[in-house]
Design a protein around this ligand. Structure first.
Ligand code: ADP
Ligand code: MG
Length: 251
């Protein structure tokens, strides 16, 4: 269960859409500096849970705490500034912008932390350029800055999204199916990138369909089915859990 050292804690979180209980009473904590994963069959509520954590999806009940602070009622625009970054299940890049400009957008989101009366000056632009360059470097996109998303492989487009999230220097990074549609080589590369980010101390929560990938990259696994948590533990324990196997394979 949740503990004082956790970066994020969810207490009895629920998101209902009319009669559909997409998320139905989830209580959990994410350990600092670790990669946690959420397993679960299609429709089990994983994306809805990420939507709730980022405040894009209104809560039916429950509490969200980040670094011990209740943020259950903050506006979605404020979540990035708290230190929570995310990528989406489907690629959401602006096709008419370059790789650099797409990543710059992520930085602009938190640059709003500047007092409203201060115009962005040369120092602000230099800070932004340096942050964007670092994010591109860390995600292996150096040299691709001037290209447009359509000129990149799918795997590289997903990296641009990760760069756009980490340029905000988040304390928590949420990844919704980052390897969907990727080949084995691209998947391994994303796994390595996540391990590099963990080595730098970044806490991550990943939602994935690919159980093998989850076992390989995660320190801790949660399993969901029908909006509820059905298992929590080490990857090897969770994949051996009969309830998890039943949720995936049916009976
Ligand atoms: P997963 O990401 O695990 O595949 P989702 O969180 O996308 O699952 O969906 C969980 C359940 O909630 C599904 O039954 C889905 O149809 C339903 N759902 C998700 N979003 C909405 C919405 N905006 N309105 C109504 N039902 C939704
Ligand atoms: Mg999903």
């Amino acid at each position: 269960g949740p503990d004082a050292g956790d970066v994020l804690t969810l207490d009895d979180l629920a998101v209902h859409f009319g009669g559909i209980k997409a998320v139905d009473g989830i209580t959990l904590g994410l350990a600092r500096g670790r990669i946690s994963g959420i397993l679960g069959p299609n429709g089990s509520g994983k994306s809805t849970l990420l939507g709730a954590i980022t405040r894009l999806t209104p809560l039916t009940r429950g509490t969200l705490r980040f670094e011990g602070r209740d943020y259950s009622r903050v506006r979605p625009e404020a979540v990035a500034r708290l230190g929570i970054g995310r990528t989406f299940q489907t690629v959401r890049l602006l096709e008419d912008l370059t790789v650099r400009e797409n990543v710059q957008l992520g930085h602009d989101l938190i640059a709003g932390a500047r007092p409203w009366w201060r115009r962005p000056g040369k120092a602000d632009r230099e800070t932004a350029d340096a942050a964007v360059a670092t994010a591109l470097e860390r995600t292996g996109l150096a040299g691709k800055e001037a290209l447009r998303p359509g000129q990149l492989s799918y795997g590289l487009q997903r990296r641009v999204e990760i760069a756009r999230a980490i340029v905000m220097s988040p304390k928590l990074l949420l990844l919704d199916e980052p390897t969907a549609g990727m080949n084995r080589f691209e998947r391994e590369e994303i796994g390595e990138l996540m391990a590099d980010l963990r080595a730098e101390g970044l806490t991550q929560l990943i939602v994935e369909h690919d159980v093998q990938m989850m076992v390989d990259v995660c320190d801790h696994l949660f399993a969901m089915n029908s909006g509820r948590l059905i298992a929590s533990g080490t990857p090897s324990d969770v994949v051996r859990d009969p309830a998890v196997r039943e949720a995936y394979l049916g009976r």
